[in-house]
Each structure stands twice: as C-alpha cells, then as structure tokens.
Design a protein around this ligand. Structure first.
Ligand SMILES: *Cc1c(COP(=O)(O)O)cnc(C)c1O
Length: 431
C-alpha cells in the first residue's frame, strides 16, 4: 500500500515515510491510495482490539519495511483493557471506555502505536528524531509517555498556557529527559500553527529530522480505527445490526478513524460527531460554508479546536457536500448542558463522565426514539473523569478515585519553558 497527499495524488509515500514525515511535503495530509475492503467473516474467530488489529492493518502495512513487525507493534501498543460497558437505558447503548491507558485518554492508542512504529523505522542518518506535538491537553501527555526514554528520539510538546486542566498540565510537564514541554502564550490553534510553520521552515528541518505526532500523522489514525473494528464486530455479532457511534470531536482524528473503518466495510452505521461550543464543523454541515475561526475555551477543553485539521481528510473522502451530509451528523453541546448531563447521569446511570464524554451522553439523550431504536449505540468515552476533578467533582459531589498509572505521573516533579506564540521562540528552543 502507498499513501498520497490530500493536496496532490502524485505526492506519494510508503507507510514508513508517511509516519516519519507526519505531514506531506506539500502541506497536505496522507491518505491511503485505496481503501482495502473487508467483510465481517474476514474476522471470524478474532475478538478484541489486539486480535483484530493485525488482520485489519495487514493490507495497509503490506510492502512496507514495517510489515513483518506489525504483530510486535500491535502487542506493544495495545496492552491495556478496552471495555465496552452496557448502560442501564431503555434501548441498546454502551460506553466504549478508551481511557485505561497510561495517561487515561484515548490519545494513548495513537501515541503508543506511533512510538512503537517509529522505534522500528530504520533511520540511516543516525540523527536524533525530534517529534513536535501541539496539544489541547491530552495528546501531549500521551505522546510524551509513549516516547519518553526511547533512544534517538526527543519530544517537544507545545500546549496553550492556562487552557489545559491542572492535571493535564502535570502530565505534560512531568517528564524531563528526552521530553521538553513548552507553555505557549496562545491557544491550541496557535500551537498547531507553530508546529506547521516549523515543518515548513527549511532552516529548521535542515539540521534535524522533524516529525509530528499530531492527528495529522496517519500513524495515529490507523490504531484508532482498530477499536472501531473490534467494537463494531462485537456489536454486530451480538445483534446482527450495524453499530452506531457518537464521537466527542475536536480535530476529528478519532471520528475519521471510524469513517475509514466504515469505508473499509466494517459494520458501522451512523456516525454522530459531537462538539462543544466550538461549532466550526456543525455550522459547516448546516451551511456548506467552511469558516474556521478562533477556538473558544469550554469545559471540554481537549475539543477546543476552531480549525480542525482532519477536516481536510474528511472532505478529501467526501468532496460533495451532500455526500458528507449523508456520511456524518454533528451536534454541539454547551457548557451548561455538559454540567447538567454529568450531574444527571451520575444519579440516573451511575456513570461519572469526563466533560468530553458528557457531550456524547448528552447527544445520545437527545436522539429521537426512532434513532435510538436503530440498533446498538456506542458512546465513545474519550477520557477518565479523574483528569478533570475541578469540573466533575463539584457536580457529582464526591472525590473521583485516580487510576494508579495517572497517580504515579501526578507525583513527579515538573519542568516547563514558557514561550511566546512565535516561530522565532520555537526555533530558539530547538537550536
Ligand atoms: C483529543 C480529545 C478529543 C477530540 O478528539 P479529536 O481526535 O481531536 O477529534 C475528545 N476528547 C478527549 C478527552 C480528547 O483528549
């Protein structure tokens, strides 16, 4: 399989090249040249993400130097539980808990898989590989955790100062060693812009190998598709019906993986994207006019994205607006509705949601009876509520127990550099 840029089908790369580059040389995002087609029976006898992943990813890794390493990469990356928990509601609905990895958010899937791949890609130059990552809160911690201590690689994390939760900030700044954390005077969109500018700057990339671990990197999307494969197969085998997902969305990396899995023939029905007050995508679906704008701060801060980069991949797949409308729906949830939903479902369902997962729960609650009866619905749980105690604890009225792996990180000393949101400042750190 080869991969090409969303901006030019002639700009191609092997999987290893696409992983190492992050972004294509023309500024586009890598997509597969063709989508392999699967049927449910291709996965007979395989159950769970670690079992289905090698089968699903095989055609995408075919012909690449990493092909023979795929089983080892999967085993290394997917070594934590991925429970699907039925909810006590009238229809068939469950929550897919993607937050049992080392940093308690779904970003661990992509980050661990990408690190496992990058560690196995031969780099003849012998130069240090610098991974640049802009984060709205969870990506940076997951990437730092996945790359920390790996020889020949360093990580530079950019996060928006004051706009991530205190516990997320601890996770971003607790590493030291080959991880440097930059607290940027700006928003997530500024951080993302700086990373893109660094890649485009010939002077910066002349002296080092730069790569990105943001969801523009296809190495993040492929592992995320695997939990949609496993979950849709399990739901389909149980009910004979396609499985519908509600996905808390920001940069669209998570839901794009689901769109691709469905495109490849997995039994996935509806995909509902749920956003916070950052309405760029819902407004686009309504109006047909793409109008990115500055992000606004919300309780679901990891979704505070005003110019979602993976929209480029989604529109590449569905260039016609009508086609896009048939492929996905979108909702937007206010902070007040997030708070009310966390409070309500604590009592009604016995579930404690993080503010992002609460957007999915709110969207589910507002579905029509007809929609709810359409077969199994999966609410995608993107982070553990213990990452957001300042928001969640007052609403549920009790302290939230912290998972062990998270508690360990929170107790480490901090190291962080404050920088303005300029390329000069980032360049100075990199020199
Ligand atoms: C990153 C993140 C999201 C948004 O995911 P995208 O892939 O950017 O759409 C939602 N919830 C949490 C907890 C996140 O960390």
């Amino acid at each position: 399989m080869r991969f090409h840029s969303t901006r030019n089908a002639g700009e191609t790369a092997t999987l290893s090249e696409a992983l190492a580059r992050g972004i294509a040389p023309d500024g586009g995002l890598y997509v597969p040249d063709s989508f392999p087609r699967f049927s449910v029976s291709d996965f007979d006898g395989l159950d769970g993400i670690a079992a289905v992943a090698p089968r699903f990813l095989a055609p995408l890794f075919a012909g690449d130097p990493l092909e023979s390493q795929l089983p080892a990469i999967v085993a290394e990356a997917f070594d934590f539980p991925v429970p699907v928990k039925p909810l006590p509601v009238a229809h068939d609905a469950s929550v897919l808990e993607l937050f049992h990895g080392p940093t308690a958010a779904f970003k661990d899937f992509g980050a661990r898989f990408l690190a496992a791949c990058m560690a196995r890609i031969p780099r003849p130059s012998g130069r240090t590989l610098t991974i640049l990552v802009a984060t709205s809160g969870d990506t940076g911690g997951a990437v730092a955790a996945a790359f920390h201590g790996r020889p020949g690689m360093e990580v530079v994390v950019l996060f928006p100062r004051g706009l991530v939760s205190p516990r997320q900030e601890l996770q971003l700044t607790c590493w030291g060693g080959n991880v440097r954390s930059l607290s940027v005077a700006g928003t997530f969109d500024d951080c993302q812009r700086l990373v893109k500018a660094a890649f485009a700057d010939p002077a910066l990339s002349a002296h080092r190998e730069l790569s990105s671990a943001n969801s523009i990197n296809i190495g993040r999307l492929l592992p995320q598709a695997c939990y949609y494969v496993a979950t849709s197969l399990a739901g389909y085998r149980r009910t004979g019906q396609k499985v519908n997902f509600i996905v808390p969305s920001g940069n669209l990396g998570n839901v794009l993986a689901a769109v691709w899995a469905r495109k490849m023939g997995l039994p996935i029905g509806e995909l509902v994207l749920t956003f916070n007050a950052n309405r760029t995508v819902p407004d686009f679906l309504d109006s047909g006019v793409w109008a990115p704008r500055p992000s606004v701060a919300t309780l679901a801060s990891a979704m505070d994205v005003g110019n979602p980069s993976n929209m480029e991949r989604l529109r590449h797949l569905h260039p016609e607006h009508a086609e896009l409308l048939a492929a996905v729906r979108a909702t937007s949830v206010s902070d007040a509705a997030i708070e009310a939903r966390i409070r309500t479902d604590r009592t009604a369902l016995g579930e404690t949601w993080c503010p992002h997962t609460a957007c999915a729960a709110e969207t589910y609650a507002l579905l029509s009876e007809e929609d709810k009866a359409k077969g199994p619905w999966i609410l995608v749980g993107t982070a553990h509520p213990a990452k957001f105690p300042e928001t969640v604890e007052p609403l549920v009225g009790h302290p939230i127990p912290v998972p062990d792996s998270l508690a360990k990180l929170l107790s480490l000393p901090r190291s962080v550099t404050e920088v303005p949101a300029t390329l000069e400042a980032l360049a100075a750190v990199l020199q």
